[in-house]
Design a binder for this molecule. Structure first.
Ligand code: FEO
Ligand code: CA
Ligand code: CA
Ligand code: CA
Length: 601
């Protein structure tokens, strides 16, 4: 077992053992603080959090619920401060509201939940000589964007009839962003955030009569009657029989300029519409932006977008305006992966084929560029709005729930978390293939891609599985060939990021090994490639999100603490973060070394 504080540079800490402790557990010699939690006031005039008297007005000025993606950006001119961006994926009304009746939510409860979704920008201040971070309320750049905030549709499908509703004849102006999951940070200083399971907010697909509309809704997971939150009772735009195009305005990557408090965030139609997890860019040698993206659904796809224009490095207003158009023009691709081992050697058990590796080659298949469609029978607008249907037609590879995808800033190799897919190989569903080699895949895997010629804009790549997750004693697991008696168990990889030394960090969601979710670091190169070590675990019912690994600090978003079947406001199933009998509050946690030195060295 990994028991010692040795390891690759950046990973020299004593790993945290798998556990079910109702706390954030960090390695010995490290300390932590809660940076900001659900309900903390961030805007001027917002009141202190009082769960018994929460209001929509208060919530609109407070940090939202269920923080997921995080990024920290520099704040020049303000010593010891950084800009924290967080998104708020969804709400859990049972845990949020006293006496919540899921059959009869009140108008105010719905409005609070809507205000608790979305995005937050909050300035944070570091304490001298520790890694402690605290929020700076009422800073002029602090911002909340939620379900009533204005967003703009941008790029080639903006204004399309498919995006028009009775309230917006232009097809360009939409209120809110929903179910933001992971995201990305652009080299031009903006943030991206992926709208994921937006389908769950739209009611009454079962009553839609037009067969084509119905089929399109079904491909995006909209088939039922009432939704669980019942927003449709208070707002017609969530009722598909009244506004069949409203869901077409969700499922996009959102771009926000967090340095401009008046910026209207854009939904980037050129990047396609699906259940977006993250969107992480890197630049080509000539400065074009390449954005990698996953569609988090069983048997869905991996995508990338390549911009046609190059980023400008200057700092003038004109340069910034130019860079804010990069994600509106370019080509959208979907991935097809072909294994190099004979199909009969992939038996669905996870047993390595005779060449010793799950690997092969890949192709990026173009779907659309500007107003040009490459998909027979679909217009460009249709490709952008119904991207899943376009990818179905071109023979893309059905993956085991593509979550976060991120290029290594060191090597350019791209890592995709495939979180799990228990339906793989079950009756009527696609069987294991070399890129998704286990049937009923409970624990997920990590794919490593190397673009041809090292060019992110290439139309082909080589790939291999870097990790096949689970308990290392399970023979179907694989840790890049590293000895399995020297790695931590891992299950259900979700978010990925890199540290300054090129190590990959992975956070998990839904650990199927019976212990809590957590954060792991693993070397991707050198003798210790594949040596995976657990850095922290999160409280009961929580998933680990948004990891940021800086030299002197690790930041995680602890999402949905206490979310366990049967839990309610009155009967919380976790004591985190505020102790026994208190409402659970999703929160951002900072971790640092007590001796003030850099993490993992
Ligand atoms: Fe919201 Fe795909 O995790
Ligand atoms: Ca996620
Ligand atoms: Ca092979
Ligand atoms: Ca997930």
């Amino acid at each position: 077992k990994p028991g010692k504080a040795d390891g690759a540079k950046g990973l020299r800490f004593t790993p945290v053992e798998p556990n079910t402790t109702d706390a954030v557990v960090v390695p010995p010699g490290h300390d932590q603080n809660v940076v900001i939690r659900w309900g903390d006031p961030i805007l001027r005039g917002a009141p202190a959090f009082d769960p018994a008297r929460q209001s929509a007005k208060a919530q609109a000025g407070q940090f939202g619920y269920n923080n997921d993606f995080l990024t920290l950006l520099p704040l020049p001119g303000e010593h010891g401060r950084q800009l924290l961006f967080a998104n708020h994926e969804y709400t859990n009304e049972e845990l949020m509201f006293p006496g919540y009746d899921r059959n009869a939510p009140t108008r105010e409860q719905v409005a609070i939940a809507q205000a608790a979704h979305g995005l937050s920008v909050v300035i944070v201040q570091e304490e001298r000589r520790t890694g402690k971070l605290t929020a700076v309320p009422r800073h002029r750049l602090n911002r909340r964007l939620h379900t009533a905030s204005e967003f703009r549709m941008a790029g080639p499908a903006a204004g399309s009839p498919l995006l028009r509703t009775s309230k917006d004849r232009t097809g360009t102006k939409v209120f809110g962003t929903l179910n933001n999951c992971a995201g990305g940070t652009t080299p031009w200083g903006t943030v991206l955030s992926g709208e994921e399971n937006f389908n769950q907010y739209f009611a009454n697909a079962a009553s839609v009569t037009d067969p084509e509309t119905k089929q399109r809704l079904a491909r995006y997971g909209m088939t039922g009657g009432a939704t669980s939150r019942k927003w449709e009772r208070f707002d017609d735009r969530f009722d598909l029989t009244k506004e069949p195009n409203e869901p077409n305005r969700f499922g996009w990557v959102v771009e926000l300029d967090p340095y401009d408090p008046d910026f209207v965030p854009r939904k980037r139609t050129a990047l396609g519409r699906f259940k977006h997890e993250g969107a992480e860019p890197q630049l080509t040698a000539d400065g074009r932006a390449v954005v990698y993206m996953g569609d988090d659904e069983r048997f869905d796809y991996l995508y990338k977008f390549v911009s046609s224009k190059a980023m400008r490095k200057g700092r003038t207003r004109a340069d910034r305006e130019h860079n804010l158009t990069l994600l509106d023009e370019g080509t959208l691709y979907v991935a097809r992966l072909t294994g190099d081992s004979p199909a009969e050697e992939i038996d669905g058990s996870g047993k390595l084929p005779s060449d010793g590796e799950f690997d092969g080659s890949g192709q990026w298949i173009p779907l659309a560029a500007g107003d040009r469609s490459f998909v027979p029978g679909m217009t460009a607008d249709e490709v952008y709005v119904y991207t899943r249907l376009a990818a179905d037609k071109v023979g893309a590879t059905k993956m085991d729930r593509p979550e976060d995808v991120e290029p290594s800033p060191r090597t350019g190799r791209v890592y995709a978390a495939l979180t799990n897919n228990t339906a793989r190989g079950t009756e009527g569903r696609a069987p294991a293939d070399e890129a998704n080699p286990r049937n009923e895949n409970k624990h997920g895997h990590i794919l490593e891609m190397a673009e041809n010629w090292g060019d992110p804009a290439s139309d082909g790549f080589a790939w291999r599985l870097f990790l096949v997750c689970g308990d290392p004693e399970d023979p179907s697991t694989y840790f890049a060939g590293y000895p399995k008696d020297r790695v931590s168990p891992i299950s259900c990889p979700d978010n990925v990021t890199f540290d300054a030394y090129g190590n990959l960090w992975i956070s998990t969601d839904g650990n199927k090994l019976g212990t809590h979710d957590g954060l792991f670091g693993v070397a991707t190169a050198g003798d210790r490639r594949g040596e995976l070590k657990q850095f922290l675990t999160v409280p009961r019912g929580a998933e680990t999100c948004g990891p940021i690994v800086q030299e002197d600090r690790v930041l995680v978003a602890v999402q949905h603490p206490g979310e366990i079947s049967g839990a309610s406001f009155e009967k919380p199933q976790s004591q985190w973060p505020d102790g026994p009998g208190r409402v659970n509050r999703p929160a951002v946690v900072s971790v640092w070394r007590k001796d003030g030195r850099r993490i993992g060295v």
